[in-house]
Design a protein around this ligand. Sequence first.
Ligand SMILES: Cc1ncc(COP(=O)(O)OP(=O)(O)O)c(N)n1
Ligand SMILES: Cc1nc(C(=O)O)sc1CCOP(=O)(O)O
Ligand SMILES: [Mg+2]
Length: 208
Amino acid sequence: MPSLGRLHLITDTRPGRDPLAVLRAALPVARAELVVQVRVEDDATDREAYELAQRVVGLCRPYGATCLVNDRLHVALAVAAAGGHVGAEDLPVAAARRVLGAGAVLGATAREPGGAAAAVAAGVTYLGVGPCHATTTKAGLPDPIGPEGVRAVAGAVDVPVIAIGGVTVASVPALRAAGAYGVAVVGALSASPDPARTTAELIEALTC
Ligand SMILES: Cc1ncc(COP(=O)(O)OP(=O)(O)O)c(N)n1
Ligand SMILES: Cc1nc(C(=O)O)sc1CCOP(=O)(O)O
Ligand SMILES: [Mg+2]
């Protein structure tokens, strides 16, 4: 399995957003360091998810970037994505691993060390850990765990920890210092007036 990219861009498919424009700006900058997670709204159809994921796979290929699909693992298989991401309301990790196969990239959400260790034992490639900071992108999340919450998880597992939730360029150093291997962002890129520049800043903060 190739090494995991450090910058995870999660597609923002809320009304008025243009996830493919953001992706086109980020790809030439981040290249193989970019992991794109196709995440659609809950009320999106499988056909919509499939068509978006197909386009993302095609855009990622020339840059060696990785495409994952959130929740809908049948869509991941259908577009030959590199893998998928699951959380507490999705398929259990062991089942997701069986669906995707041994060679796939499989991420799972973890919010504390116990859940993280269980996900590792069940076969994840990486963990999405958060919410690190307050976010307006997703409702219904628990209170932010901050860098200290990331530190607790990172210290308990031996897979890459991807910090998520309210992550900005400014918050990356503290998250890295806490043991995060990389970060996942929605708003930091989709709301940026200059996504290419913000990508460069995120990559610099993640790799310096
Ligand atoms: C990298 C990463 N971490 C966490 C999540 C959240 O997944 P989940 O808890 O399943 O919530 P939804 O994204 O499905 O609403 C993620 N997607 N990516
Ligand atoms: C989809 C998602 N999952 C989270 C979690 O903590 O499980 S936080 C989140 C949204 C991240 O968006 P932004 O970068 O705009 O804060
Ligand atoms: Mg999910």
